[in-house]
Design a protein around this ligand. Structure first.
Ligand code: NOJ
Length: 569
């Protein structure tokens, strides 16, 4: 085992922070309309302060017709009516800052809503000064300009009869892609970013930022099993993406002290090193997707629609690879859950009543002791689980609805039963059910009718029950967060993978200034031999999720982190 202290990482506040993601629609409803809002978030700040997180990332709160729950913006300088007013935002920001909590905004600038004034003007006429704000192309032989499939099913091109051309939408047809080749578009984006920075926000999470630069030849993509083409070779980390981000950095980011994280689906490690370069010329870090996509294709219908689960050795290989490769040259973001993923305890752990609590704590240990900035998604700290969908009528997400229409209704590739089984496994609405605050009706989320049904398990799994219970998942997260704040080795220590061939245990060591932190997590529901700790001798146990540990084994879903050695002065 290495005991060395590698070259010290440059410090930054956002490397030492723990981020909490809020999906405002589902977090807390203060006015009883069934939809979460900003006043609701403000009312729950004490809960977040008590948990100990440092930063709140708000999924989009801007004016939006809500085709994709706010990821389709019609005014970047206004607040969505469902969520409140700009005065509510200012009050939230001020209250958060008073409590020492920072606020990170979601920046959605790969596309706008088709109801944004720029698009309304753009589609009016080919001569419109806004025409080139978006990507318009004539059809080819009466068909779409190329074979690209949108992320939300169907062609990525929408025909518009007014001007007899197609516009590009990598997501829904109500989310036309902005044309980043146009310098005026970039000026507009930088201006709106400055608007929020000047209000005093603390950073940006950048939605699908890896897709803003498209190959201007717009060639057909490799054909997928459903007959459409894959746009990713021509849009993911496209030709000018780094040039654009460096410009954004020069014009905006470098003038403020911000946390920046780019959502970078499909990003390779080589590309990630450029986005998240440690010289600070682009972004602070990226979200890579490899580990959350590990289950794709297993027992699969098509791509993400699967009943399969990820395998720990493969997840470990992916995460260890990112740890190794980014060491010393870029910073990792650490996450298992977000608003686009199924609940991690259901996906990576075991959500049965017997193992839910322990496996949720195990996953948290495994992630939070790694090197990088950890992200907690609302309810993850309670061990919230996937829900159950009994029919399409239970779903709200356009990704689910469109996929159903394409694969079940039109192509008849899948039976409704199989598609529901896939939804119960991977649908995004699993993460979007309302936050479970207490055991009262609608989990204390709303006094009205929730926009998406509450998970029926809220009577057992809720914040009120967990905040008072020292053995809860909540209490465990609180401890993990506090450990990161008090032990530098967890933030800056080098990462050394251990037992890389073990079928059950995910283990690693962290090293800093003569100290070693050993972490071992059993990802299975049976006891397994483990001599890592007994071989090492006496140490200081920082955290464990099992009361009576055995010296040479790990119990089902046991996780343990033990610190050895004294820090050098
Ligand atoms: C990624 C976001 O996380 C997701 O929720 C959204 O649907 C797409 N980008 C499109 O904005």
């Amino acid at each position: 085992m290495q005991e060395n202290t590698a070259q010290k990482e440059p410090r930054a506040w956002w490397k030492e922070a723990v981020i909490y993601q809020i999906y405002p629609r589902s977090f807390m409803d203060a006015n009883g309309d069934g939809i979460g809002d900003l006043a609701g978030i403000t009312s729950r700040l004490p809960y977040l302060r008590e948990l100990g997180v440092d930063v709140l990332w708000l999924s989009p709160i801007y004016a939006s017709p809500n085709d994709d729950n706010g990821y389709d913006i019609s005014d970047y300088r206004a607040i969505m009516e469902d969520f409140g007013t700009m005065a509510d935002f200012d009050a939230l920001l001020a209250a958060a800052h008073r409590m020492g909590l920072k606020i990170v905004m979601d920046l959605v600038v790969n596309h706008t809503s088709d109801e944004h004034p720029w698009f309304i003007e753009s589609r009016r006429a080919k001569e419109s000064p806004y025409r080139d704000y978006y990507i318009w192309r004539p059809g080819k032989a009466g068909k779409e300009p190329n074979n690209w499939e949108s992320c939300f099913s169907g062609s990525a091109w929408q025909y518009d009869a007014a001007t007899d051309e197609y516009y590009l939408h990598l997501f829904s047809k109500k989310q036309p892609d902005l044309n980043w080749e146009n310098p005026k578009v970039r000026d507009e984006v930088y201006d709106l970013m400055k608007f929020w920075c000047d209000k005093g926000i603390d950073g940006f999470r950048m939605d699908v930022i890896s897709m803003i630069s498209k190959d201007q030849r717009f060639p057909d993509g490799p054909v997928k099993p459903d007959g459409y083409g894959d746009f990713s070779p021509y849009c993911v980390s496209g030709p000018r993406v780094h040039e654009f981000l460096q410009e954004m950095n020069r014009r905006v980011l470098s003038h403020y002290d911000l946390l920046t994280v780019g959502e970078a689906a499909g990003v390779t490690i080589e590309e990630a090193k450029k986005y998240a370069r440690s010289d600070g010329k682009e972004l602070g870090m990226v979200f890579q997707f490899e580990h959350v996509g590990e289950g794709n294709g297993k027992g699969s219908i098509i791509e993400k629609w699967t009943t399969g689960k990820p395998e720990m050795p493969k997840v470990r290989a992916i995460l260890n690879k990112w740890q190794r490769e980014l060491a010393g040259c870029a910073w990792n973001s650490l996450y298992l859950d977000n608003h686009d993923q199924p609940r991690c305890v259901s996906m990576f752990g075991n959500d049965s009543p017997k193992w839910r609590v322990r496996s949720a704590k195990m996953l948290a240990t495994c992630l939070h002791m790694q090197k990088g900035t950890p992200y907690i998604y609302q309810g993850e700290e309670l061990g919230m689980t996937n829900t159950r969908f009994h029919s399409l009528a239970d779903c709200r997400d356009l990704e689910e609805i469109n996929a159903w229409h394409q694969y079940v209704d039109e192509q008849k590739r899948v039976s409704p039963e199989t598609m529901l089984a896939c939804f119960n496994n991977v649908a995004r609405d699993n993460a979007r059910t309302p936050m479970q605050w207490d055991a009262s009706e609608n989990a204390g989320f709303t006094t009205g009718t929730p926009w998406l049904a509450v998970n029926p398990n809220y009577r057992e799994i809720n914040a009120a029950a967990e905040t008072g219970d020292p053995d809860s998942v909540y209490a465990y997260y609180k401890k993990l967060i506090a450990l990161r704040h008090t032990h530098e080795i967890i933030v800056y220590g080098t990462f050394e993978p251990l037992l890389e061939d073990d079928p059950a245990i995910y283990a690693y060591a962290r090293h800093l200034d003569g100290q070693t932190l050993l972490v071992a997590c059993n990802w299975t529901d049976h006891e397994v031999p483990c001599t890592l700790f007994s071989d090492r001798g006496e140490g200081e146990e920082l955290i464990s999720n099992v009361k009576t540990e055995k010296e040479r084994t790990l119990a089902p879903y046991e996780a343990r982190a033990v610190l050895y050695g004294k820090a050098e002065a």
